[in-house]
Ligand binder design. Structure first.
Ligand code: PLP
Length: 392
């Protein structure tokens, strides 16, 4: 009676969203301070500098324009600010005419995949991966191909090479990474670029590199290299959800590198995909706001401190995990083969963790540490008690 695929997607919901809803209900039931909710990546670092600017925009923008439609790819001032930031601060190629404002990184992904993929064409991602990638690729009529990572979640290029075919239209990477916290090095990305260059030549058509970068500014060691500097057929997908703690406001962009093969045609296709998906324009107020904050971030001290505290405390207790290099996730080894069973057991201690099966691999649990410090401190006895169960 209805579209079966959509009905299934809506009814099953994502495991992360399910946990998020459970956390809210549980907090109402037993008190927010008793629930250690590490489920969703809902940023909470303060971005106080936004408020004054928002008030200024509200006062200064003529009422006729303030809440009105903007042009579909976005306000020219916002596109210029973004391209200017990419060129000046990231040293990468950018053209305001090839920048398209979106309702966050999710919309950037949905639009670029619809723009690129023809029925049956493939998009490769590295596991573990953000679960919505499958939803967007399949909605675009494409096929998601999953490549493995090596130990410590580095891209496995030998395996990737075996998975590239004449049907591969894109490889989608996410660094800093959700859920592992990995940040790919320049060497790793140069090797990836060389492989894609070679294969594009062999197949006589470009394989585009899609760089999903909502965590671009969240790194604790080396700065993530800006991919369009390393591979010309790159499209960057960005959002301010995490960097400025604006996740609920829905604002981000697509930047098609001017060095891309067929850049203008690809951009036309982006505009067409946005149109077909019903994205009339990105929220006007926030287009104006981010124009003034390209490249700036909320105060990220909280994430840095939570990361250090959790990593030290959990590894000292006996949990295993790689030190996260970026984003705000810790990917700990499950204490039993089934990550879902492990996370179900953690729930008994009011610890809400996401099982790694949601990200296409077994054996791990993801903790989102973009939470108030009190949640981290309060959770440590619960982590200890959980570990104790397995040591009995
Ligand atoms: N890509 C990755 C890797 C993410 O982790 C997220 C959100 O958590 C998104 C995209 C979507 O971000 P947004 O909220 O800006 O749509």
């Amino acid at each position: 009676m209805f579209n079966k695929r959509m009905q299934t997607l809506g009814a099953e919901r994502s495991v992360i969203r399910e946990l998020f809803e459970y956390a809210n209900a549980r907090k109402a039931e037993i008190g927010a301070d008793k629930v250690f909710d590490f489920s969703i990546g809902n940023p909470c670092a303060p971005a106080p500098q936004l408020e004054g600017e928002l008030i200024r925009i509200l006062r200064e923008t003529p009422p006729s324009a303030l809440h009105g439609y903007t042009s579909a790819p976005g306000l020219w001032e916002a596109r210029q600010a973004i391209a200017g930031h990419i060129r000046a601060a990231l040293g990468g190629p950018a053209d305001p005419a090839l920048v398209y404002l979106t309702c966050g990184a999710a919309a950037s992904l949905a639009v670029i995949l619809a723009a690129l993929l023809q029925r049956g064409e493939e998009c490769v991602v590295f596991a573990p991966y953000f679960p919505e990638y499958r939803v967007f690729v399949e909605n675009a009529g494409g096929k998601l191909v999953v490549a493995p990572t090596t130990e410590r979640f580095r891209p496995d290029l030998a395996a990737l090479e075996g998975l590239l075919t004449p049907k591969t239209r894109a490889v989608l990477v996410n660094s800093p990474n959700n859920p592992t916290g990995a940040v790919y090095t320049e060497g790793e990305l140069r090797a990836l670029a060389a492989l894609l260059q070679k294969k594009s030549g062999q197949y006589g058509a470009p394989i585009y590199l899609l760089s999903d970068e909502p965590y671009r500014e969240l790194f604790y060691g080396q700065r993530p290299p800006y991919l369009p500097r390393l591979y010309k057929n790159t499209v960057v997908l960005y959002s301010w959800s995490k960097s400025l703690s604006l996740a609920g406001e829905r604002i981000g962009y697509i930047s098609v590198s001017p060095e891309c093969e067929n850049a203008q045609t690809l951009f036309d296709s982006v505009c067409g995909a946005g149109r077909s998906l019903g994205y009339v324009c990105a929220p006007a107020l926030f287009q104006r706001l981010v124009s003034r904050f390209a490249g700036e971030t909320a105060d990220l001290t909280l994430y840095r401190e939570n990361r250090a505290r959790l990593y030290a405390a959990l590894t000292q207790m006996g949990y295993e995990c790689a030190p996260p290099e970026g984003a705000f996730y810790l990917f700990i080894k499950s204490l039993e083969p089934s990550a879902s069973a492990f996370c179900a057991r953690a729930k008994k201690y009011e610890l809400l963790l996401v099982p790694s099966e949601s990200f296409g691999v077994g054996g791990y649990a993801r903790l989102s540490y973009c939470v108030p410090r009190a949640v981290v401190e309060g959770s440590l006895p619960a982590f200890s008690a959980l570990l104790g169960e397995y040591r009995k």
